[in-house]
Design a protein around this ligand. Structure first.
Ligand SMILES: *Cc1c(COP(=O)(O)O)cnc(C)c1O
Length: 359
């Protein structure tokens, strides 16, 4: 049988190497995965307790509208409940947006390199992809504007950008939003929002009334530490949410994910601690890079992209042998760099020691 022709050249997502496999292959007793920007401190105890309390209800379908979580997130953000859409991870919100807005008569504009799921889902919908290279790791919003035409329906801005960690400053984003035609959806993916410390990072939630074509993506996978439960959301004008909702599966977020997310949201102290520790962890890497003269992008996320000026797989393997799984830059569009998730102070120090020995 024939699948859609646009699927023929797509590869399924390539996840990082599983921990168990690496243990066996290299005969290691301890392996640490710092490859997918997961939280090295796990998640809040409140999230775990919430799951315990929900276990007797596993036989019952979840609330398809995520009503309780919706109330909590709306209150936390100061938005209306109708201004939210929940997904099985923000990945699914990306998919819903593509299903709702793209087909073979449309095009979509994004940076490159950036988070790969925008392109992947847009290709499946048959849309034309217009990629605009980053400049010094930053989105080139001027050039992205130039790519917008009458057939553009979605523009993607990933900030902090994965894999560079760079962000779009408040004034730059506001100017961009004011220039994008109102018929074009601007998706601002803020998966790392909770880690950001830059003072000129825009507070976009307050902009959804002024810009009815703005959709913000957030997730519980990163700083909240719930990646395995798959829960993320979009924030936008109520009319826009209402229009895309039919593209969402009825029970797309699980019961456990919903209650855990409420627990996680209630524990802002945990998030603040993680943000503080992450900031210190980034400094460990910056210090190492300055000492060794290695280029890196200052990051507002919980990861750092370091250029080793040699085949990234070599450096990747040197860490792998010692039990650290990171992300080779080769598949990320940076063939001489590694993207390392910031771990605990001890993990960062160990990685830095291995890297020092290697280079
Ligand atoms: C990790 C990540 C996501 C996906 O998050 P989920 O909510 O786990 O699907 C989305 N966008 C970016 C930029 C990410 O790095």
């Amino acid at each position: 049988m024939d699948v859609k022709k646009q699927l023929l050249n797509l590869k399924p997502y390539q996840p990082g190497k599983p921990i168990e496999e690496v243990k066996k292959e290299y005969n290691l007793s301890k392996v640490v995965k710092l490859a997918s920007n997961e939280n090295p401190y796990g998640c809040s105890a409140e999230a775990k307790q919430a799951i315990q309390d929900e276990l007797n209800l596993l036989a019952i379908y979840p609330d398809g509208y995520s009503a309780a979580l919706r109330t909590n997130v709306a209150k936390h953000l100061g938005v209306q409940e109708e201004e939210l859409i929940f997904g099985n991870g923000s990945d699914e919100v990306v998919q819903i947006i593509c299903r709702a807005l793209l087909d073979s008569s449309k095009n979509t504009v994004m940076a490159t390199p950036t988070f790969p799921q925008y392109k992947h889902n847009a290709i499946i919908e048959g849309a034309e992809i217009r990629e605009v290279p980053l400049v010094d790791g930053d989105h080139n919003l001027e050039a992205m504007l130039q790519q917008i035409d009458g057939k553009t329906t979605v523009v993607w801005v990933c900030t902090p950008n994965n894999p560079t960690g760079t962000y779009v400053k408040k004034d730059t984003l506001l100017e961009f939003l004011s220039k994008v035609p109102k018929e074009v959806l601007v998706v601002v993916d803020e998966a790392y929002y909770e880690y950001v410390v830059a003072e000129d990072y825009p507070q976009t939630v307050g902009l959804i009334e002024e810009f009815p074509n703005l959709m913000i993506l957030r997730t519980f996978s990163k700083a909240y530490g719930l990646a395995s439960l798959r829960i993320g959301y979009g924030i936008a004008n109520a009319e826009l949410i209402r229009k895309i909702e039919p593209a969402r599966e009825p029970f797309n977020t699980s019961r456990l994910a919903q209650v855990a997310a409420i627990g996680a949201l209630n524990d802002q102290e945990f998030v603040a601690e993680c943000r503080e520790k992450n900031k210190k962890g980034l400094q460990q890497y910056y210090h190492f890079c300055s000492e060794k003269g290695l280029h890196f992008y200052p990051s507002e996320g919980n990861f750092v992209l370091i250029d080793f000026q040699r085949d990234s797989d070599e450096v990747f393997n040197a860490l792998l042998e010692k039990g650290y799984i990171v992300r080779s830059g080769r598949a990320l569009g940076f063939p001489t760099s590694l993207r390392i998730t910031v771990g605990t102070e001890k993990e960062n120090a160990e990685i830095i020691e291995i890297l020092k020995d290697f280079i």
